[in-house]
Design a protein around this ligand. Structure first.
Ligand code: SF4
Length: 627
């Protein structure tokens, strides 16, 4: 039976080898069991992708997925997921982005899009209200992401197509390339821009007027009124910060609790990045450049903003406000406190189509290699890669996107770049299984590390875990609903696996639903009631967490099929506290993340040593026909 409520009920499969395009029904079973986004994506790709698929070869499948909350009348639910086999890890890869593309994809008539093969020459897929066609993109190859978006609209009678695309970095198969939409929103992690590039797929443009069925629209309207009312009259601290400043407002608080990696994760907090610099890399420094606030289409939080830098070395007419992650990666992690260079590096990543976390972290690695004599001026085209050298950092972004000189090595991302630089460089690459780590230090809250090392898409900060409770502020309404505490002892590992598993299940569910994480965690979002009203399903916290676990098992099974073993995803010794930091709040902190990972596997029903999914788990999740 075709999925009816919460879904358009259609998936599109594009074979780029021969240009054929086929439509398939999205069944109620698939929807109910795997929700959307990377849930449905993993289920499809597990079955249809060969284990031998080269991430940058034609056998990889690239997907764009949406969830049931998008375009369904609720709030802050406009996320889409890009996915495929990651060229950074060789295992499952996904990344999600806000903006307006997800809404347009659904309105164009498809919940999910999948691409296999490789086109003979650059192409883009255009979907106009259910009609899909591949169009020549040779004239777009080499254009940046903003130019690409504008040109696609212009050549299609100025119609309001929403576009995801790659820039030159993806075309050059930089493994840290991102998928970009809305002039610089990024599905950045996992190197999926390179997957698009390897397929000669420059862009996907969508528009249309289709709508998913809604089970009880009056109930949805009434819930939205309640959510909005609560937000206006009793906003949480998190929502106030996001509304006023966006994520850059988190820089000061994160620095204060020693959450921000400094000097390629080797630095001590104030000793290496003194307090007088803190105000130069966060909201206090950014505020004066903001010319306009903006929100994704269905959101009242409005965490986004447009910036203008009028003069100086790095002028830009119009650019997105950088996120905290981007500021931290190009800022404290490289000891750079020049705010205009941070805005500029962020804009370059958006227009070339690069992951800011991956790019900033790989540059930090290069600087440390230069400091240690592992790279010299003869490797760097004469550039001096010194800490905090903002001109060099900006120049390296250009070189990475173009794969020019040293940029050709750094475009491979930290892990492979370090292997190419030489053995002594490898411990300096701050990655988990090839994915550069996000800007949250697990020595400060071990739950970050447990998540980075145990999720099937490693090195991500949006997969649930114990970290917020370790900081004393687990999301109150969610914790209450799930029956778990909002506070945990930070450095006591006891019982962490079970808690981690519950939060991971919940997070997989919200991620695949299309909801924005900020809204789902920060608003009184009434997630279950909203899902029920839209889909008509009978839902409880328990069966929703179990659905999240089914999605996790599908992602994990994808990895197992592709050869995964637990030792593939480990936290770098430096971040385990080996050697420990020598000063500050994190002095001498050492953490056994392998123990936390084993606890998580056990709580998820996987073998603690091999990570194989136990038969009883497979049966409990109803996956015996698949696995
Ligand atoms: S909180 Fe920010 S990212 Fe999330 S939906 Fe709203 S504007 Fe978009």
């Amino acid at each position: 039976m075709k999925a009816r409520y919460g879904y358009i009920g259609k998936m599109l499969f594009v074979n780029l080898n021969d240009g054929t395009i086929q439509q398939e029904e999205l069944s109620e079973d698939l929807a109910r069991n795997f929700i959307g986004g990377y849930g449905i994506g993993a289920r499809i790709m597990y079955e249809r992708m060969k284990a031998t698929a080269d991430p940058l070869g034609p056998d990889n499948i690239f997907g764009l997925g949406t969830g049931p909350l998008t375009l369904a009348g609720t709030v802050s639910s406009c996320r889409f997921t890009a996915m495929g086999k990651s060229p950074l890890t060789g295992y499952w890869g996904d990344a999600n982005s806000g903006g307006n593309f997800a809404i347009a994809q659904r309105a164009s008539g498809y919940d999910m899009l999948f691409f296999e093969g490789k086109a003979e020459h650059p192409v883009y897929l255009m979907i106009t209200n259910g009609k899909a066609e591949l169009k020549d993109a040779r004239h777009l190859w080499g254009k940046n992401t903003v130019e690409t978006e504008v040109m696609i609209r212009e050549e299609n009678q100025g119609k309001d197509y929403r576009v995801v695309c790659i820039g030159p970095a993806g075309e050059n198969c930089a493994r840290i390339a991102a998928v970009i939409n809305d002039r610089g929103r990024a599905a950045a992690r996992s190197g999926l821009g390179a997957v698009m590039g390897s397929k000669n797929l420059k862009a996907v443009a969508c528009m249309g007027f289709q709508r998913p069925g809604i089970h009880d629209i009056e109930r949805v309207k009434s819930l939205v009124a309640d959510i909005t009312n609560d937000m206006v009259n009793d906003p949480s601290g998190m929502i106030m910060v996001l509304s006023n400043t966006g994520t850059p407002g988190a820089m000061g608080p994160h620095l204060a609790v020693h959450d921000v990696p400094i000097k390629n994760w080797s630095g001590n907090n104030v000793e290496d990045f003194p307090k007088e610099k803190w105000g130069r890399v966060g909201w206090d420094a950014l505020e004066k450049y903001v010319v306009e606030k903006y929100a994704c289409e269905d959101c009242k939080i409005a965490c986004g903003g447009w910036l203008q830098v009028s003069d100086g070395k790095y002028p830009i007419k119009k650019t997105h406000k950088p996120e905290y992650e981007s500021l931290a990666a190009f800022g404290p992690d490289c000891l750079n406190d020049n705010i205009e260079s941070l805005i500029y590096a962020n804009e370059l990543c958006n227009s070339y189509g690069l992951d800011t976390i991956g790019t900033g972290s790989t540059i930090a690695l290069a600087i440390e290699c230069y400091e240690n004599g592992l790279l010299t001026k003869s490797d760097t085209d004469g550039m001096e890669l010194t800490w905090g050298n903002s001109d060099v950092i900006v120049e390296l972004v250009h070189k990475i996107a173009k794969r020019e000189g040293i940029g050709d090595i750094l475009a491979e991302g930290g892990k492979i770049a370090a292997e190419k630089i030489g053995k002594d460089a490898e411990p300096l690459a701050m990655h988990v299984g090839g994915e550069l780590m996000p800007m949250h230090d697990p020595r400060q809250a071990p739950g970050w590390g447990a998540t980075y090392a145990s999720d099937p898409g490693p090195g991500k900060h949006t997969r649930g875990g114990t970290q917020f409770a370790e900081d004393g502020h687990g999301p109150e309404l969610i914790c209450k609903m799930l029956g778990i505490p909002t506070k945990l002892e930070k450095y006591n590992p006891e019982g962490k696996g079970k808690y981690h598993a519950i939060m991971a299940g919940w997070q997989h569910l919200t991620n695949t639903s299309g909801a924005c994480l900020f809204a789902a965690d920060g608003l009184n979002f009434r997630f279950i009631d909203v899902m029920k009203a839209i889909t008509g399903w009978d839902l409880t916290p328990e069966n929703l967490v179990q659905t999240g676990h089914r999605i996790a098992a599908m992602l994990h099974s994808f990895n197992l099929k592709h050869g995964f073993k637990p030792s593939d995803f480990t936290i770098p010794p430096r971040v385990c506290g080996n050697p420990p930091l020598t000063a500050g709040k994190l002095k001498d902190v050492q953490i056994d993340f392998e123990e936390l990972k084993r606890q998580y596997y056990e709580a998820m029903g996987y073998d603690m040593d091999t990570a194989r999914i136990k038969q009883e788990t497979i049966e409990a999740l109803g996956l015996q026909d698949i696995l």
